[in-house]
Ligand binder design. Structure first.
Ligand code: AMP
Ligand code: GLY
Length: 420
């Protein structure tokens, strides 16, 4: 098979790498990819994610078996519809189905209609009405831009003032542009968060091993929300029975709700969940793999990933099996200043000192003398241990040996599984 992956981050590096491990795969092309992911079987292609015509042309000319879409933006813009109209096989939800991630308001309405547990909410477009609601309900409270904001359009406000500032930013000062012209205000939920990703084809759902992201920039969950600073899988402190229940009561009704709404979902459904005292509730849906969750979930997939996707695309039953036991841990190394503005072009360290972890590359490009940084999240180290302590030791020992001036990382990824 020859497969085309769309995207350029660490998630796409992990996807391409896993696909390339299949005996049935001759070549994985990644458009546009990044300079860190090239290998014997992985080749990057200089076409942007937004150039659907050129991507379709490439898929035809190179007799691509199927295309796999990594990020949300091309999905929301209809890349799957465009490929299918031109007769090309592609894995991911249509534009109509990707709305489950593209509009938090839509996601909320879906959950209310199909009785899927989630935080109570109200949607607003007028600042005064939104403020009045916050004053009435009080803090802590959560303010979310309705549209896409790269994981940064959510403010968990500890005080009423903070909530009102966030509302003013979104509804008056248009900090998130059109994405913030409608806001969802929701009840604050308390508990451990986890990510449950599933392969979905209409009503059929094949869940993956669960993982836990670390969204805040700094240790002890301090600082601003980011795209994710590290993750691990599985999440041993959360019971299997609870996860099974979440599959039955959340993932399956969501998938069948989408079919009933005329928004058949085929692709990866990411359910961001929180285990509260009253049970598991939904924080968010994404229409794609998570980043950095993918970097720790896919290494645990024992089935042939390329064949699995091929089977779903054909409507056949895929083989989906994840390794049990042990922990897979990933720690993100980000540019100083992330999630704010960062300086690009900083030289990456020499990875030849790594002993027991592997780098997965994200915001990198080729410099005059090797790789340099090109974005907020630059790379992630991934390692597997018999338990969390061993996995942490492997990664943090390797990280300590790298020269990381200009970069930072969290020192506590995975600690929640030790002290819960
Ligand atoms: P989202 O983009 O909706 O996933 O939100 C980003 C992060 O904000 C989540 O991963 C949570 O840590 C936090 N968050 C979002 N909604 C809530 C909520 N209702 N209660 C508590 N924390 C939340
Ligand atoms: N790690 C969170 C996300 O991919 O949305």
């Amino acid at each position: 098979m020859k497969i085309l992956v769309i995207g350029s981050g660490g998630r796409e590096h992990a996807i391409a790498k896993k696909l390339s491990e299949s005996q049935t795969v001759e070549k994985v092309f990644v458009a546009p990819g990044n300079a860190g992911m090239q290998s014997k079987k992985i080749e990057t292609v200089m076409i942007k994610e937004s150039k659907f015509d050129q991507l379709i042309e490439f898929a035809k000319e190179n007799e691509i078996t199927y295309t796999f879409v990594g990020p949300e933006i091309p999905l929301m813009k209809g890349i799957v519809d465009a490929f299918e109209e031109s007769g090309q096989r592609i894995f991911g939800p249509s534009k109509a189905a990707a709305i489950i991630e593209g509009s938090k308001d839509f996601a909320k309405q879906l959950m209310v209609k199909y009785e899927i547990p989630t935080a109570k909410h109200q949607t607003f477009t007028e600042l005064e009405a939104a403020k009045a609601y916050v004053l009435k309900v009080g803090a802590p409270i959560v303010v979310k831009a309705d549209g896409l904001a790269a994981g940064k359009g959510v403010v968990v406000a500890e005080t009423v003032e903070e909530a009102i500032d966030a509302l003013t930013d979104m509804l008056e000062d248009n900090v998130f542009g059109a994405s913030g012209s409608r806001v969802v205000i929701e009840e604050f939920l308390d508990g451990q968060e986890f990510s449950l990703l599933s392969f979905v084809d209409g009503e059929k759902v094949w869940p993956m091993v669960i993982s836990q992201d670390h969204k805040r920039a700094f240790d002890d969950d301090k600082g601003p929300n980011t795209g994710g600073m590290g993750a691990y899988a599985p999440v041993p402190q959360l019971r299997d029975a609870m996860v099974q229940k979440a599959v039955e009561e959340i993932v399956k009704p969501t998938a069948s709700g989408m079919v009933q709404e005329g928004r058949y979902f085929r692709g990866i459904l990411y359910t961001g969940l929180i285990a509260t005292k009253e049970g598991v509730k939904v924080i968010e849906f994404n229409a794609r793999f998570g980043d950095p969750e993918t970097q720790v979930v896919l290494p645990r997939l024992e089935s042939d990933f390329a064949l699995l996707i091929d089977a779903i695309l054909d409507g056949r039953e895929p083989t989906v099996h994840f390794r049990e036991g042990g922990i897979t841990l990933g720690v993100v190394v980000a540019s100083d200043g992330y999630p704010g503005s960062v300086e690009n072009g900083v030289k990456l360290p020499d990875f030849s000192t790594l002993e027991s972890s592997q780098p997965i590359f994200a915001g990198v490009k080729e410099g005059v003398d090797g790789l340099v940084s090109n974005g907020g999240r630059v790379f992630l180290l991934v390692a597997e241990g018999k338990d969390m302590k061993e996995a942490q030791k492997k990664i943090y020992t390797d990280l300590a040996k790298l020269n990381l001036s200009g970069f930072y990382y969290r020192k506590d990824i995975g600690n929640k599984s030790l002290f819960y």
